[in-house]
Ligand binder design. Structure first.
Ligand code: M6R
Length: 619
């Protein structure tokens, strides 16, 4: 979704802002813009439709001087993606320029009121309403920008992260947030001066400083060149800025020799999962320790039910988590699309545990779902990747994935990180509730510990996917089939293909084929079947036969040494043997690679697929 960058200090702001926008490109956007207070005192705004490179083109031959500025990548919500609707937006007098992430829900009524006071608007956006409202309040209350922002935001319903420049005050930058993240980077220069960086996440900041302040919901901050950083809440109560150290380094947000972030992140999975399980899974005594569970033992011991809320890929990993937790802990687990859950008045008991699974920790629907669960008194547990994001801050306890930043829009290492974390969580709860025999518990822990090595094997032994992916480039449809733990893998494989190659794909439980989808199968239809030599192997062999006898092309994922399914398949990927419950973490790898190479061969923008945003911070 939209991205914000800001800078105030002694350096020229434009190069910092443009570099920051490039760092935020992964979030997904359709236009971009920048505003600077020039050395001559002008408040300039430059913007363009399309990529940041188009903005750079637009900026050529313009006055790009200035040591203070804000910049934005916009993912359109209100008003089409064009130059006029792109941010920053001027206020009517052109004294203010503002960038905004989020949605102002009451923007129509605010706009009507402001128009009633004679104000005119250039764009269709909710953002322009915000900057006009701030200017109006400043005039009406005869106050400065910092106060005007506080007053204006008390009239606003919705979510926002904003940054504002004021032409008359080139020495100060004001920002605020509610429901949309904003990070302030703080850096002391060698000459003793302080400079501040703003980012809607830490990626535009990390190369300058690792010292940050995460602005909290309802806070407004003012930074100036003298080193002042003051924060107040919407009621004007002063808040103490809390400095945190970023756990991020530059290498993690660069491609490191890979052509795309997605491919880098696919290959990172073995190491990412090693980091994820470190300190939590002890191979020596075959035990797991999860402080998030141990610190709240009673809630897990006495819980009536677990509800997992998530969206997209995170919903798929949640489904695998459900199967595992029900099997290991004998607790009923429901998996909910957060977007449905939040609006359907669900039954939530105060002795329920509600788990939010989210890579970004910022998905608006997932956040709203847990807020609803909080109102009903449930215990909230977050499984997120981005440290310090909104969901971990809104939950009672939780576990970070620690798989490193995921930049590719198509989630890969976060998916496998979520699956292994949910398995560790299941084992930790099983230990508390004593629902597994010691023998089974130790055997599962032991096998789980081997998964990163088995992922490495899977990557090394499926390197030729690039060679045959091109044969599928022109397919219009794909089917993905799996049973049990591999049904969610079929859903995930289909989602990966859809989102980056724009080929229609559906994931199905294999046995459901007969109830309708088999009508689609013909010689044009590739059918990807996850068929490990485990659990329901014989059943899936029958499903493959049904497809073959209707002419379908079989692409299978089989266990090393399998000959039966291999013999029935047109193309075959191999994974090492593991327990049923852990197969998804291996079986998904060839499917990630298949979608990656099909998309690359088609010439698609793999890391920034059309219409998609990395984290969906609006509903
Ligand atoms: O950050 P989250 O895990 O909450 O995001 C949820 C979905 O938006 C996300 O998984 C999306 O489906 C990915 N693009 C899938 O690759």
């Amino acid at each position: 979704m939209c991205g914000i960058v800001g800078y105030i200090g002694e350096q020229q702001a434009y190069p910092i802002l443009i570099k920051g926008l490039h760092r935020l490109e992964y979030r997904g956007y359709d236009s971009a813009g920048v505003s600077l207070i020039s050395d001559g005192g002008d408040l300039n705004v430059y913007k363009s439709k399309g990529k940041v490179s188009a903005l750079e083109e637009e900026c050529k031959n313009q006055d790009l001087s200035g040591t203070i500025g804000i910049a934005h990548t916009r993912w359109a919500t209100h008003g089409e993606p064009n130059q006029v609707n792109a941010h920053p937006h001027y206020s009517e007098s052109k004294s203010l320029a503002l960038v905004h992430n989020g949605i102002i829900e009451n923007y129509k009524s605010l706009r009507t009121q402001l128009e009633g006071y004679g104000m005119t608007f250039c764009s269709e956006t909710d953002t322009e309403v915000l900057v006009q409202l701030i200017e109006y309040m400043m005039k009406d209350h005869n106050c400065d920008l910092f106060t005007g922002v506080q007053i204006a935001l008390n009239y606003v319903v919705g979510a926002y992260a904003i940054a504002i420049l004021e032409k008359e005050h080139p020495d100060q930058l004001v920002c605020a947030r509610k429901g949309s993240p904003l990070v302030i980077g703080v850096s002391k220069r060698e000459n003793g001066s302080t400079e501040y960086f703003l980012g809607s996440d830490a990626t535009p900041i990390i190369e300058y400083t690792n010292q940050v302040v995460y602005l909290q919901d309802g806070e407004i901050a003012i930074m100036d060149r003298s080193g002042r950083l003051d924060i107040v809440d919407l009621k004007n109560s002063p808040q103490t800025p809390k400095l945190a150290t970023l756990q991020l380094n530059l290498d993690q947000i660069e491609k490191g020799g890979f052509p795309h972030f997605m491919l880098k992140e696919i290959w990172e999975q073995p190491n990412a999962l090693r980091t994820c399980i470190r300190g939590r899974v002890n191979p020596a005594n075959k035990d797991v320790v999860l402080s998030g569970v141990l610190d709240h033992k009673d809630r897990f011991l006495n819980c009536r039910r677990i509800i997992i809320c998530a969206c997209g890929t995170s919903w798929h990993s949640a489904l695998i988590g459900k199967y595992f937790i029900e099997e290991a802990c004998q607790i009923p687990v429901e998996v909910e699309y957060a977007s449905e859950f939040r609006y359907r008045n669900p039954v939530i008991f105060s002795d329920d545990v509600v788990i939010a699974v989210s890579q970004s920790g910022e998905t608006a629907d997932t956040l709203a779902a847990i807020e609803l669960a909080k109102e009903k008194g449930a215990f909230l547990y977050g499984i997120c990747n981005v440290i310090g994001s909104s969901i971990p801050r809104a939950t009672d306890s939780g576990t970070y994935l620690h798989v490193g930043p995921e930049i590719g829009v198509a989630s890969t290492k976060a998916f496998t990180g979520q699956v292994i974390t949910l398995c560790i969580l299941g084992l930790a709860i099983a230990k508390v509730r004593q629902t597994l025999s010691d023998e089974m518990y130790h055997m599962l822990v032991d096998e789980l510990y081997k998964i990163p090595d088995k992922m490495q094997w899977t990557l090394e032994n499926n390197k030729d996917i690039d060679k045959f992916a091109e044969r599928f480039t022109y397919c219009k449809n794909f089917l993905y089939l799996g049973r049990g733990y591999n049904y969610p893998v079929a859903l995930e494989g289909a989602l990966k293909l859809k989102e980056i190659s724009y080929i229609h794909a559906e994931g199905y439980p294999a046995a459901e084929m007969k109830h309708g989808p088999i009508a689609l199968v013909d010689a044009e239809m590739p059918v990807v079947v996850i068929a490990p030599k485990r659990g329901m192997y014989e059943k899936i062999v029958s499903n493959i036969q049904e497809i073959k006898s209707r002419g379908g092309k079989i692409i299978s994922v089989v266990t090393e040494g399998d000959t039966t399914v291999r013999g029935m398949s047109d193309y075959c990927f191999t994974i090492p043997d593991t327990r049923d419950c852990f197969v998804p973490m291996l079986a998904v790898i060839p499917l990630q690679l298949l979608s990656y190479y099909v998309a690359v061969t088609k010439g698609c923008n793999v890391d920034q697929p059309r219409n998609l945003a990395k984290s969906v911070t609006v509903e």
